[in-house]
Design a protein around this ligand. Sequence first.
Ligand code: PRX
Length: 646
Amino acid sequence: MTMIKVQDEWKSRAKIDAATYEEWYKRSMDDPEGFWKEHARRIDWIKEPTRIKSTDFTYPDVSIRWFEDGELNVCYNCVDRHLKDRGDQTAILWEADEPGNAQHISYKQLHEHVCKFANVLKELGVKKGDRVVIYLPMIPQAAYAMLACARIGAIHSVVFAGFSPQALRDRVNDSDAKLVITADHAPRGGRATPLKKNADKAFDGITGDVKCLVVKRTGDETPITEGRDFWLHEMEANVSNDCPCETMNAEDPLFVLYTSGSTGKPKGVVHTSGGYIVYTSMTHEYVFDYHDGDIYWCTADVGWITGHSYIVYGPLANGATTLVFESTPTYPDASRCWKVCEEHKVTQFYTAPTAIRALMGKGRKFVEDHDMSALKVLGTVGEPINPEAWNWYYNEVGQGRVPIVDTYWQTETGGIMITALPGATDLKPGSATKPFFGIRPVILDPQSGEVLEGNGVEGVIAIADSWPSQMRTVYRDHQRFANTYFQQYKGYYFTEDGARRDEDGYIWITGRVDDVINVSGHRMGTAEVESALVAHKAVSEAAVVGFSHDVKGQGIYCYVTLMEGTEPSDALRDELVSHVRSEIGPIAKPDAIQFAPDMPKTRSGKIMRRVLRKIAEDKLDELGDTSTLADPTVVDDLIENRQNKG
Ligand code: PRX
């Protein structure tokens, strides 16, 4: 296996070299209290914490608290504390959908925008502890809204603007939000989504007295409901630009973010203030080797955890310049990312393997001829990266002179857990490499739960002790939190990913071992797609599995049993595809729908998903033992009627 050694230039520039990594990592394992007490000082506390770590993974009484007697304000740390030394430096560099319309927002301007926004929230009756749903495209106001909530102690819940009205409604109701913040339209890739109209549809089924604050993005015609809807620009004209920061306890919730799991509805992942901001700012600085003056760009959307931790909170806590990108990597053509890197002299570029594969597929002509000499670190996140895409990223984008950090983490973990550090870690294409400070990964035998010690082992990956940005609970359902992550392997946080540790101690993530699939880096529960399908009147039963997809990583394959008397047809197939799109959103669009008169069920009535997965993958010689099925002949019909996967 190729090993790419740390180059001298990476080493000389980096804040952490190999010896420092070893030393700090050892300390973080031997003396977590001392280590985190010291590193918590990177944050400005109103009251510095004396109680550092109070964490217990014992099922069912799991409890996780960090810095619990500390007091701070996260917004202060991301905005106000930078005014003295870098008030005129760009905080947010906004690259709009249409090329050539970039805007620079300095820390001073950010402060003013956030204070006004916070005062508008107050005018609308939002108080400390209230929930605010943010349903916005990638515009600076998304960051202002998040920071304004943090400033006054409201808990935000960002809903990806690509989600459907139904998904928005569920999240507003589940979090019992007081306010939804949206925009008139959301331009992306040259087309505008009528976001406010989507929000209006969601409002049809929202229970309770919920108001709507609207950001004017395009100014195109938009319906407004008197008494419920308010324009941000109108309200901002009448509020002061001074708004004090609320004093928050370290364990006060900062935000809720919904994410998919194997079963049931998406879970509200709760992150709190102190531990989250300590850990995200620290990982942002060291993983991306961020230095003053760098221009850092993460292409994620603020609707996902990557956007929270590594577009907004981590970078801004470090006083960085963070690029907020409204468009897509292929608009107006596949050279967009490289043009933006050239124009803004981007130093760190962080994206997902699916984007790399899509751009690789367009050919080198879009990459070459762009001056990307400012680049110093490339990052990837969201799914395993195949060595071919890794090598393309390294050789074509980085010209073989820039390290790649493959960062493994999850919505639940708040920040990066396994990653290379640019000046410290020799690289292997496809491996996330080594744990960050404070992370104690273990590889477990999936059946026995035994820890597989040493190198050259494969199993599932769990984490043996807490770290500051770990999720604290599932919103209003602590039992579900304990059951989901701590029940199966006692004493560990279970990631639900498979992994191996190779002969050199490098970690390779092999993908989810539960019923979650990863489509273009978006995490999706197959159960969610199934429940959308069975909500259609023609469907009696549905089983959804993932299959390998060249660009998207995984695609969505659906087996559907129709109601008695309903005839299968191509028209019905199309209708089901658009039904799923409108129930969840375009990211959940099925790639294939196969009508299945019967499902392969065990005698106890459980669908044998393993068989369905293999059929969808065309791996017919790997079906395994099907003799325990109630009716093994079902399998022949399924094989015969396999669908083209587009
Ligand atoms: O399966 C792992 C995969 O993405 C899952 C987490 O998804 P989400 O909560 O949406 O967060 C994505 C961004 C942090 C994980 O359980 N995953 C994430 N990063 C990697 C990865 N798989 C392999 N390598 C990675 N670098």
